[in-house]
Design a protein around this ligand. Structure first.
Ligand code: ATP
Ligand code: MG
Length: 415
């Protein structure tokens, strides 16, 4: 993509009313635009990043044998009445049909749709286990929408639902799902802790996946030596105490962002929808369920928060909007030709390149934009590099810079 032909421009302005670092950086870098509090548009580069995140999540969910579906956001009130959540859920947007004849919930989560849906297809223990997932927009009336895309009123979530005949099978799947979650975060360049938390209205307990960060709204109590971690809401230990699990470590308290949450639902929703199967011995039994959520847009915001530096965003290679940020320095014909040639060669190799071909912008501004946008490799073509028959390559994450012969770079642009 040529910078000069993009819809979006970077800006130095910090958007007014925007208090969060993630939204500030993502808006300034041209990744998102704010429509209103808690509601954002994903601009071309933001959508590229989100699509990469979603691809990684999808691959890991498919590795759990789950099938992808797409459920409606517009959901009849009757389904919410069946679970009693129409009257109790604070975050539920309740809307009317224009003629006033019907009421609907805008899906904040999808147990009310998925349970009766899957019930249609599962008749006996032989049809179990099964799992479905979706990647979809959720709506929640969040009281405080001041954390940028970490807390949207409209946001993207991956939600997976699993269905089992036995508790053993449910809990085994729950562990496999937790392992898949760790793989997702690792592939995204994040370190997440699996934190025991309350099950809310859902279950006795749940596990949250938390990334330690100052912008986080959760407090977690975690051991500095082993994997023990609890959310403050259920914490049984105090800061500085020896770890109740390993005894060798000490309990630390950290702010963290919840980037995922998994729940063993047991028969909470199968009871509400009378979802039972015939067992091997001919008796009826409630289907056991698990649900598993990951905040896709919240992950993008978390990465913007924790992997950035004072100059801007620092995308990991796996999810960067482009792999190479090619900068043409100066407007003279030789430089313009050389830069264009490299751009076209990279493109023909299928390398994703953002080509800063602007001729009305000073070098300093181009470099500042490259730092702000955070593409992993910055490649400069200038009179100086042409004289050396090279390009200047700089890694965004480390700042390491080197001159590389043009042909060598074209042969191995990802080195
Ligand atoms: P929180 O405690 O932060 O309000 P939650 O526990 O209500 O979140 P869940 O119902 O567990 O959220 O949703 C699953 C995942 O979806 C969360 O772990 C989080 O990553 C993401 N998520 C939840 N609410 C939002 C939101 N308002 N904006 C963006 N992502 C969200
Ligand atoms: Mg949660």
């Amino acid at each position: 993509m040529r910078f000069s032909e993009q819809l979006i421009k970077t800006t130095k302005e910090i958007p007014s009313g925007e208090q969060s670092r993630n939204a500030e950086l993502l808006i300034r870098g041209g990744f998102i635009d704010k429509t209103m509090a808690g509601v954002y548009t994903l601009l071309p580069m933001g959508l590229k990043v989100l699509n990469h995140i979603v691809r990684i999540i999808r691959e890991e969910m498919e590795s759990l044998g789950a099938e992808e579906i797409f459920m409606p956001a517009l959901q009849p009130k009757e389904l919410w009445d069946a679970t009693g959540r129409w009257d109790t859920m604070d975050v539920l947007y309740r809307v009317h049909s224009p003629d006033g004849s019907h009421e609907f919930g805008l899906g904040p989560t999808h147990e009310e749709v998925v349970t009766p849906l899957v019930k249609k297809f599962i008749l006996s223990y032989r049809d179990l286990p099964r799992a479905v997932f979706q990647i979809q927009t959720k709506f929640r009336f969040e009281a405080r929408a001041k954390s940028g895309i970490l807390r949207g009123r409209e946001f993207m979530m991956k939600d997976l639902y699993s269905f089992h005949a036995t508790e053993t099978d449910l809990l085994a799947y729950y562990e496999r799902a937790a392992a898949a979650y760790f793989r997702v975060y690792e592939r995204l360049g994040l370190t997440a802790l699996k934190v025991r938390a309350s099950g809310g209205a859902f279950s006795d307990f749940s596990h949250e996946f938390q990334v330690i960060a100052d912008c986080g709204e959760d407090l977690i109590y975690h051991c500095d030596a082993c994997e023990f971690a609890e959310n403050k809401e259920i914490a049984t230990c105090v800061e500085g105490a020896p770890c109740p699990t390993c005894a060798a470590g000490t309990i630390r308290v950290s702010k963290a962002v919840e980037v995922g949450n998994i729940f063993p639902l047991y028969n909470k929703f199968s009871d509400a929808f009378n979802f039972a199967i015939k067992n091997q011995d001919g008796t009826d039994q409630k289907v056991l369920m698990g649900c598993y959520g990951i905040g896709c847009t919240r992950l993008m915001g978390t990465i913007a928060e924790v992997l950035s530096d004072e100059n801007g965003l620092v995308w990991p290679q796996q999810i960067a909007p482009y792999q190479i940020h090619l900068i043409q320095l100066g407007a003279d014909d030789t430089v313009a030709e050389a830069a264009k040639d490299i751009y076209e060669k990279l493109q023909s190799k299928g390398v994703a390149v953002l080509f800063d071909d602007r001729t009305d912008v000073k070098a300093g501004e181009k470099f500042a934009d490259a730092d702000l946008i955070g593409i992993p490799r910055r490649v400069v073509v200038s009179t100086k590099t042409i004289q050396a028959a090279s390009v200047e390559l700089k890694y965004r994450a480390t700042g390491e810079t080197s001159l590389i012969p043009v042909q060598q770079f074209l042969d191995e642009p990802y080195v």
